[in-house]
Design a protein around this ligand. Structure first.
Ligand SMILES: Cc1ncc(COP(=O)(O)O)c(C=O)c1O
Length: 412
């Protein structure tokens, strides 16, 4: 037999966060805790199907007028319109002026990918691979790869996290924007920055927008946690809406994985805000071509659930209540963890745990301390020290706090 034609294919390392979950599953220790996975968990440590989602699923199952015909290439119109509406707000001038378009996508990742492909093909000259794309340091690791796979060759980082003060490095960030070539693309986390849980304040966003406008930089928002950060859809969309009010043309990749708990349904939306309706129509026509060769047309179940929920005032209110339940549990776990670490006298300051928002917290644990947590304590977290606050429960808080205390005091 001849050697395999795949003989030279190198084995790629597994994706860290999925590997962590697999290791967690195999661990037979009864004390084990998974603080790695990027998904909501109840106080019983279980995944949560939102009650409003359950209800809408029943409605869909009982609706005999629905079928499994293909959706339009750009997706379900009611889903796209409602998704953009919650990103931009009911009173958005851009929506009223008919200069907003959207593309239903496979999760937030799909929205980023379609947006990136479009920008590579049509932004700042065509087949543009040289425009710098700036990703925050650190960021969700997929940002880099998605833009690289879309063909961008010059992916850079901008200052974001100040490890010493455990907060935002605003001066570093603004400096990088001042020095970036005009028309560079900046990926901005709309809220609940992953992995640091640290967002600019409205005043800081204003400074960021002023520099970006003056330097002609393109804002590509990634909104994966709307509602999850503060419990309020409005507050969590503040930055995107402010940029729109300042006249920016922008993209906003929305994910409904977290705020609807629809992780495996792959529900996302790419909102495009342009100068006028004509520009948006031409952009969408090109995006339609990209979708056609990528997934041809999107799946319907998740989009139907979201569209049905967002278009009914009662269901919309119920959903907001469900989102608040999740956000409040995260906030509670933050204050409980902080107070335990402070009560134990764990060296260092722990106010960042409650100052950070969203699903994640950057603990400040170093890689050796993380290794200690995983190997000795069976507590699984990312090597960066990022923990998912939803992995904490009233039952494991004491154990996790004591383990962090031990890691910090024993391992330097
Ligand atoms: C910052 C950020 N962007 C995008 C995504 C992608 O979400 P989705 O699962 O909807 O593709 C995630 C998911 O973890 C995320 O954290």
């Amino acid at each position: 037999m001849a050697a395999s034609i795949f003989a030279a294919v190198p084995l790629s390392p597994p994706v860290a966060v999925f590997k962590l979950t697999a290791d967690f599953r195999e661990d037979s220790d009864s004390r084990k805790v998974n603080l790695g996975v990027g998904a909501y968990r109840t106080d019983e440590g279980q995944p949560w199907v939102l009650p409003v989602v359950k209800k809408v699923e029943q409605m869909i199952a009982n609706n005999n007028s629905l079928n499994h015909e293909y959706l339009p290439i750009l997706g379900l119109p009611e889903f796209r319109a409602n998704a953009s509406r919650i990103a931009l707000g009911d009173d958005s001038p851009a929506i009223k002026e008919n200069r907003v378009g959207s593309v239903q996508s496979l999760g937030g990742t799909g929205a980023l990918r379609i947006g990136a492909e479009f920008l590579r093909r049509w932004y700042n000259g065509n087949n543009n691979t040289a425009t710098p794309v700036y990703v925050s340091a650190p960021s969700w690791e997929n940002h880099n790869s998605v833009f690289m796979d879309a063909g961008f060759k010059d992916i850079r980082t901008y200052h974001y996290w100040d490890a010493a003060k455990r907060g935002l490095d605003l001066q570093g960030l603004l400096g990088d924007m001042e020095n970036a070539p005009e028309f560079s693309i900046f990926i901005l986390h709309a809220c609940a920055h992953n992995p640091t849980g640290t967002d600019p304040t409205p005043e800081q966003w204003k400074q960021i927008a002023a520099v970006m406008k003056r330097r002609s930089l393109f804002p590509f928002f990634d909104s994966a946690y709307q509602g999850f950060a503060s419990g309020s859809l409005e507050k969590d969309a503040w930055a995107v809406r402010y940029f729109v009010s300042e006249g920016f043309e922008l993209f906003c990749a929305q994910s409904f994985s977290k705020n609807f708990g629809l992780y495996n349904e792959r529900v996302g939306n790419l909102t495009v805000v342009g100068k006028d309706a004509d520009n948006v129509q031409r952009v969408l026509s090109q995006m339609e071509k990209i979708v056609r060769t990528t997934w041809s047309n999107p799946p319907s179940q998740g989009a139907r659930i979201v569209a049905t929920t967002l278009s009914s005032p009662q269901l919309f209110d119920e959903w907001k209540g469900n989102v608040k339940t999740m956000a409040d549990r995260v906030l509670l776990m933050r204050s409980e963890l902080r107070s335990r670490l402070e009560a134990l006298g764990t060296p260092g300051t722990w106010n960042h745990i409650t100052e950070q928002i969203g699903m994640f917290s950057f603990t400040g644990l170093n890689p050796k301390q993380v290794e200690y947590m995983v190997k000795e304590k069976h507590i699984y977290l990312m090597a960066s020290g990022r923990i998912n606050m939803c992995g904490l429960t009233t039952k494991n808080l004491d154990y996790v706090a004591k383990s962090i205390h031990e890691a910090v005091t024993k391992i330097q």
